[in-house]
Design a protein around this ligand. Structure first.
Ligand SMILES: [Mg+2]
Length: 366
């Protein structure tokens, strides 16, 4: 009896650090729940992570797993499982780029395994290739009905396995690139509105669940129509790119999200950040854009491109355990604060006070 690899994730890179530990990384005067005073600790030179393709091979026959492993060992990092349950656990620990699964296994069949993969939002896009000794058409059709990407007959021929797996890896790489592109703003390279809406929704849910503050900055370029009128749209595009880069450059945690909200408006979503921390960052956004010194004769008195920023923060109230934190309320509050910043003369941030509670839908602008 041969010895199989244990199926441990092995050489995968585990990210840890900033996102794992809640801490206040911005100065703040009143910070419930989170520590104060700590500054972000970012390694000066973060190691470059080169993505390695990950393949998961599943068969209750260890001999088949070993044969497939020998055929595919040059393609990437291999993991192995002898049952559907173990395979699902490994896939959930770290999503593979492709799975080869036996159709017939005791316990969980390949069909059940594949259906569960397709039902999991984190794994639904992973191609699953069936490997089966069953030759009848019905089996093949059932595999595709369960979500299979391809079907290989046993005994597997090395050349066939290799080209089929390569094809699925190539298709997945293209689909991944398209999915990423669909979430990025083409002009500025920050997240687009669609991505922001998704992030806002999930961060609202997380803030409620974990009882943590969630802050939002709405950032608007001052007198941007005048800028386009005076300097032309190509210059306007360049201006937005520079502003986006400056704003993105202030982000120090993977959990913080910068997005182009629309037109000349950007949003910054700050989980685990209270109002004072968010206000501090908003002041830095205003200063960073002004420091770009992009000439703007139509924006007196500074005559350079500036931004106004509205700041809002939300957190769950003690008695609001079953109330959803409203993304609309958070945006509405940040918008009100942004209008206040515009009305007060632009090139500044204004804060919506008090911090909105989860059950609130209105308040006053400070
Ligand atoms: Mg079997």
């Amino acid at each position: 009896m041969m010895v199989l690899p244990s199926g441990l994730p092995g050489s995968e890179v585990t990210l840890s650090g900033d996102s794992a530990a809640p801490f206040a990384r911005r100065r703040g005067d009143a910070v419930p729940l989170i520590h104060t005073g700590a500054t972000p600790t970012i390694p000066a030179a973060a190691p470059l992570v080169v993505p390695t393709l990950s393949l998961l091979l599943v068969d209750d026959d260890p001999g088949i797993v070993q044969v497939l492993g020998r055929m595919l060992c040059g393609l990437g990092h291999l993991r192995f499982a002898l049952s559907g349950h173990d395979a699902l656990r490994l896939a959930r620990e770290s999503a593979p780029d492709v799975v080869l699964v036996d159709a017939d296994m005791p316990g969980m069949s390949g069909f059940e395994f594949c259906a569960l993969m397709k039902a999991d939002p984190q794994l639904a896009e992973v191609p699953v290739i069936f490997v089966s000794s069953r030759g009848e058409v019905e089996t093949e059709v059932a595999a595709f009905a369960a979500g299979a990407a391809d079907f290989i007959r046993k005994p597997p021929a090395a050349e066939v396995v290799m080209v089929r797996v390569r094809t699925q890896l190539r298709l997945k790489a293209m689909a991944d690139a398209l999915r990423r592109a669909a979430l990025v703003d083409g002009l500025t390279g920050v997240a687009n509105r669609r991505r922001f809406d998704e992030q806002l929704q999930s961060e609202c849910e997380r803030a409620m669940r974990d009882d943590e503050p969630l802050s939002l900055l709405m950032i608007d370029v001052d007198h941007f129509k005048r800028y386009n009128d005076r300097y032309g749209h190509p210059a306007g595009d360049l201006c937005l790119q520079q502003v986006a880069t400056a704003v993105q450059g202030l982000v120090r945690r993977p959990a913080d999200h910068v997005a182009r909200y629309g037109g000349e408006e950007f949003a910054m979503l700050l989980p685990q950040t209270d109002l004072s921390g968010a206000t501090h960052l908003a002041e830095r956004v205003v200063a960073a854009v002004e420091a770009l010194c992009i000439p703007h004769e139509g924006s007196p008195p500074r005559r350079v491109v500036t931004v106004s920023v509205g700041v809002a923060s939300a957190r769950r109230t003690p008695d609001a355990h079953h109330t959803a934190l409203s993304a609309e309320a958070l945006i509405g509050a940040a918008d009100q604060a942004l209008y206040a910043a515009k009305a007060a003369g632009r090139c500044q941030c204004q804060t919506y006070r008090p911090p909105i509670a989860a059950s609130d839908s209105g308040g006053s602008t400070g």
